[in-house]
Design a protein. Structure first.
Length: 181
């Protein structure tokens, strides 16, 4: 919608993890970006009232907000803005949706400044990306789903077990097997 005032070196970081956001901010500032921080969808919307960044990094999960709605608003604000979505809970569905809503790339955490900057500059599709040699195992998929549900419930074992439809002791046993001190 608003293309005037598009700022090539202005980066908006929408991330609810304050420590990670500060680290990214400092790192991008060392690369001569001017950086705005928002910890929620609401804060991002407010910053767009007076700014049109050339770049944005958006966390997929922003507390109770979805980063996908932020991607949609950012893209509507400026179709030229290069938007990278970061997530600790990658899925094909959210990756596809992020791209459809206007993101130029989708990265799994942990990603560093080099990864993100490379994602901004990767403007066209890369047909040389190697295809995985084997599919993800059922155990890995199960572990990822358990971890995602744990995070959603603030690591409440009983609530996680209920949501996953398994006995609490079964979940505790599975977590014990994968526990890494």
């Amino acid at each position: 919608m608003v293309e005037q005032g598009h700022d090539e070196r202005l980066l908006l970081i929408v991330e609810d993890d304050a420590a990670f956001a500060r680290t990214l901010k400092r790192s991008f500032e060392r690369r001569d970006y001017r950086v705005l921080l928002a910890a929620s969808a609401k804060e991002a919307h407010e910053l767009l009232l007076t700014n049109t960044p050339g770049y944005a990094v958006v966390d997929l999960k922003l507390g109770s907000d979805s980063g996908l709605s932020v991607v949609q608003v950012l893209h509507q604000h400026s179709a030229a803005m290069l938007i990278v979505v970061l997530t600790g809970f990658a899925s094909i569905a959210t990756a596809v949706e992020a791209i459809k809503l206007g993101a130029c790339n989708y990265l799994v955490k942990p990603s560093n400044t080099d990864d993100i900057e490379a994602a901004f500059t990767r403007e066209s599709s890369d047909v040389e990306i190697p295809v995985a040699a084997r599919a993800t195992s059922i155990k890995t998929l199960e572990w990822e789903r358990i971890h995602e549900t744990l995070a959603e419930t603030n690591f409440n074992i009983s609530e996680t077990a209920r949501r996953l439809g398994m006995h609490r002791r079964t979940l505790a046993r599975k977590l014990g097997k994968r526990f890494i001190p």
